[in-house]
Design a protein around this ligand. Sequence first.
Ligand code: PEP
Length: 272
Amino acid sequence: MSGQASELRPIVVAANWKMHKLRSEALEYLEDLGTWMDDHPRGLGTRVEVVVAPPFTSLELAVEHRPPHARIYAQTMHQSDQGAFTGEVSPAMLRDLGVDGVLLGHSERRQYFNEHDGALSEKVVAAAEFGLRAMLCVGETLDERQGGRAEDVVRDQLQTALSDLDVIKATSSGLSVAYEPVWAIGTGETATAEIAQGMHATIRDVLGSIFTAEIAERIPVLYGGSVKPANAAELLGQPDIDGALVGGAALEVESFSGIVSAGLDLVAGAGV
Ligand code: PEP
């Protein structure tokens, strides 16, 4: 098991705005975050990466006002480059906009919009083909955890979604994985650092079996589920937790930057 803040993986802190913020609010946030990042340059963009995932309506604005060193991700996309899919947005369109990456398989997409693992495997490949960094979200429901099936569910999600991705593209495309136990998203309930670390270690093993152990060591695995400044340091301090995907606490720059700070402190403490 490699230690946190190793040279192999950056810490990635990602803001998922979900369906929040009008364009004026988005602009204010991006400017404030940019100012904060300008004031905290050490390690940002190299050892600690910041991602912002706005809704489609603010994507172009976010690309134009991208804070220094931050990456802009969409929250979902269709797998085809074009076609008769009313309401959908293609990887080609995201690329054309200058977007850096895309969240795939967020539990809210799975739960409310029927995004299933089969489509996700096509989306992961399409993202890599169009030069978009995929952040694949996986996680079990409360029933699945209480039924003792959490690891099997997450293993199946990973194997189905990633099995068609070329081994080389697994790292060169900027793939990351976010473990988000569904029972911890937006509930205020966080997985203990021990539970999260256990699942992250399993995820790394599964990534090793899909690709190679060496590649698995290079893929950031983020935790998501009620992360806030108060619990970020403990979670990010776990050896296999390489970042955080943040919903509620990412809506304000003050709390989101508090989580980014926890990552910067960790890196500074490790001296890398
Ligand atoms: C999320 O939406 O990805 C998430 C983790 O939300 P929250 O931080 O609000 O639990």
